[in-house]
Write a protein that binds this ligand. Structure first.
Ligand SMILES: [Zn+2]
Length: 315
């Protein structure tokens, strides 16, 4: 299942130990044989041409293209291809106009969420999302959390160091438990009060708090949001989610008998669905009731795969 999960399947060797070798990194960045991908404001720059199936690849330039970019653009080292080629990403300034630059006509930025829905696929998507995570983090963490001084990029983009107090800061990933409450032949899906219009339901989700296991967070969230008591839970999948850096950890949660009692600040309404109904929710036609056609998340989201895993678990 994880092979089909968007944002998974990072395609190259991260070569993490090389990040510390500043001279080696500088040498590879200056090597025209190294590859460079581009992002602008978190949007990956794609090749202009689409393949027959509508997918498009990341624009891959020689690292010498850095010469066509403004001085000091942030770069990160993503890793090594199988043939030893180094792959870097650069973040174009928001005001940089690709179309009037020497790179005009080679590629164009695409909104990440739209690109992830079938345009940028497989390892290409994982590569772009990883670069987005790193650049997002650098943009939001320019100052030392300990002393407030401006910090600097270190270790090829995988660390920030404070020149004033010496503190080291590492890219953060926030773990989120996302769970499907199930009981017998039914699963529970709900509509988020703020984010979803009527007609859209999904699994429950919440940040894992300090001191919690994934399973404890799952039980707490299901009780807080839906008033259902979790008897047991099982992690079935996980997914890096770059909006911004989160790790979605998907669980199936067996819940005890009893009615759902919703936290109405979080959830507007919730329903139990059979496997056949859940299958319909995932289909393009959706499931009609209460005069509305209801749908569940598309394959982009882990919730889709979680529901699918539960449907398939019966057979
Ligand atoms: Zn500091």
């Amino acid at each position: 299942m994880s092979a089909a999960m968007p944002f998974t399947g990072f395609p190259i060797d991260r070569a993490g130990l090389k990040r510390r070798e500043a001279e080696w990194i500088a040498g590879r960045l200056a090597d025209p044989g190294s590859d460079l991908i581009l992002l602008q404001a978190g949007q990956p720059v794609l090749e202009m041409q689409a393949a027959a199936d509508g997918s498009r690849a990341l624009l891959r330039l020689s690292a010498s293209a850095l010469g066509a970019l403004p001085d000091g653009v942030p770069t990160v080292f993503l890793g090594l291809e199988g043939d030893g080629r180094a792959v870097f990403a650069a973040s174009l300034p928001r005001r940089f106009d690709l179309e009037t630059s020497p790179l005009a006509g080679l590629g164009e930025p695409a909104e990440m969420r739209a690109a992830a829905a079938g345009i940028l696929v497989g390892g290409e998507l994982a590569l772009a999302a990883t670069a987005k995570d790193l650049f997002d983090w650098h943009e939001r963490h320019g100052f030392c959390a300990r002393c407030g001084a401006a910090s600097e990029i270190a270790e090829a983009g995988w660390k920030r160091v404070c020149p004033s107090c010496g503190a080291e800061h590492f890219p953060r990933t926030d773990p989120v438990a996302i769970m499907l409450p199930v009981r017998g032949d039914q699963c529970f899906l709900a509509r988020n009060a703020q984010r979803f219009p009527r007609g859209f339901v999904s699994a429950l989700a919440g940040f894992i708090e300090p001191g919690e296991t994934v399973e404890e967070a799952c039980a707490r969230e299901v009780m807080e949001e839906a008033g259902l008591r979790v008897l047991s839970s099982r992690i079935v999948s996980n997914q890096p989610w770059p909006f911004p850096s989160q790790l979605m950890i998907g669980l199936l949660a067996e819940v005890a008998e009893g009615d759902a009692v919703l936290d109405l600040d979080e959830l507007a309404e919730g329903f139990w669905f059979t496997r056949d109904e859940a299958r319909a929710l995932l289909s393009p036609q959706g499931l009609s009731f209460d005069g509305v056609t209801w749908r569940a998340p598309p394959p982009l989201a882990i919730a889709h795969h979680l529901i699918t895993a539960w449907i398939d678990a019966q057979t």
